[in-house]
Design a protein around this ligand. Structure first.
Ligand code: ACO
Length: 326
């Protein structure tokens, strides 16, 4: 038995924040952002919109494509680091909103690798025979964890949600492998210092801006390219394939330079590599399901195609999934 993706969906908020808008907010300019990141604009959630709202729309679109109704779903997993509340899980809120009465639900916190970690959980759940229909979502409202006075980080990120329906199927098409890695020694290169148990919410913490994402971009860049390359090769070699067999590489959309450096090391062409980071920036766990949905709806992936996906994020965490499109 294999777990296969039978439906994809995504939702991006309406509000667009361009590089020109950012020029008015911090000491930056369009040329710098384009040269260093390739990001032209990003989407920002409306004031009354949060992670579960975007997740629900993406999920409903994926379920519609799969022809699966909410009451058939066994399990909902949401990859997110910007859930509606510190707890409970945003997946439970999604479960209630879509009316998936029999589903149990939990979140996965693996930063930008969150979607591939969640997809791996769905794969294991289905292959163990526990259930047949899982909703896997990557959704983020990063705009509320970003310091909009910090030019080093605020130009990079955006909001959005993507979802897939994963169903049990016969051997053949479906998820061929998932490879997951973590290294907590890199914690302080990319993290949100407050307001968890270590630094609970406090006025002093707010004054020190502990509630916002902190990053050492240079260091992250180097480890990201190396890890994305290694974990992609790991997936191909484990299944006896080479770069030439890949129809589409759908990487985590961090920024164009990371994607191009990784694709080059993997000997993948522009045609083999899906990039949409110029439109949305880095939406963390949402980037891969959003990109998969766009590529799917544009007809870039057909039944039988080999699709490689890889992610890297805070933790550090990194992961790859290789699948034969159903
Ligand atoms: N506009 C103008 N100048 C800026 C900006 C900005 N928005 N941000 C930083 N600078 C300045 C810096 O202050 C610095 O100035 P200085 O030399 O006077 O000190 C100069 O630009 C160079 O800064 P660096 O940080 O060395 O620039 P770098 O070439 O490394 O580019 C970037 C920065 C784009 C963040 C890069 O390091 C990067 O892409 N890192 C990966 C980060 C990432 O993608 N993180 C997302 C999470 S992890 C993941 O998703 C893979």
């Amino acid at each position: 038995m294999r777990a296969r993706i039978t439906g994809t969906g995504s939702y991006m908020p309406e509000k667009i924040l361009t590089n020109l808008d950012l020029e008015k907010m911090v000491d930056t300019n369009n040329e710098w952002i384009m040269a260093r990141t390739g990001i032209e604009e990003r989407r920002i959630a409306a004031d009354d919109e949060c992670t579960s709202d975007m997740a629900v729309i993406a999920a409903e679109r994926a379920m519609e494509m799969a022809g699966v109704s909410a009451d058939q779903i066994d399990l909902i997993i949401v990859g997110t680091i910007t859930g509606d509340y510190p707890w409970p899980a945003t997946a439970c809120i999604v479960q209630a909103k879509i009316g998936a009465k029999k589903a149990f639900a939990y979140d996965v916190s693996a930063a930008c690798s969150g979607f591939l970690y969640a997809l791996s959980c769905a794969n294991d759940y289905i292959r163990c025979g526990h259930g047949t229909k899982v909703l896997v979502i990557g959704a983020e409202t990063l705009s509320r964890s970003i310091d909009w006075t910090d030019r080093n980080t605020c130009v990079l990120f955006g909001d959005g949600a993507g979802a897939v329906v994963v169903e049990a199927g016969e051997d053949g098409a479906g998820i061929l492998s998932c490879h997951l890695h973590s290294d907590g020694n890199y914690l302080e290169l990319l993290y949100q210092p407050g307001f968890g148990a270590k630094h609970p919410a406090s006025t002093a913490g707010v004054d020190s801006r502990l509630q916002f994402l902190k990053m050492q971009g240079n260091e992250v860049f180097k480890v990201a390219v190396r890890s994305l390359t290694e974990v992609s090769i790991e997936a191909l070699e484990a299944n006896g394939f080479t770069h030439a067999d890949v129809k589409l590489f759908v990487p985590h959309q961090a920024n164009r330079r990371i994607l191009e450096a990784t694709a080059k090391r993997l000997h993948l062409t522009d045609e083999q590599t899906y990039i949409n980071v110029h439109k949305y920036g880095n939406t963390s766990s949402a980037t891969i399901p959003v990109a998969l949905d766009e590529a799917n709806r544009q007809g870039l992936i057909a039944s039988g195609d080999l699709v490689l996906s890889a992610a890297f994020g805070g933790g550090f965490t990194w992961a790859s999934t290789l699948l034969r499109w159903a």
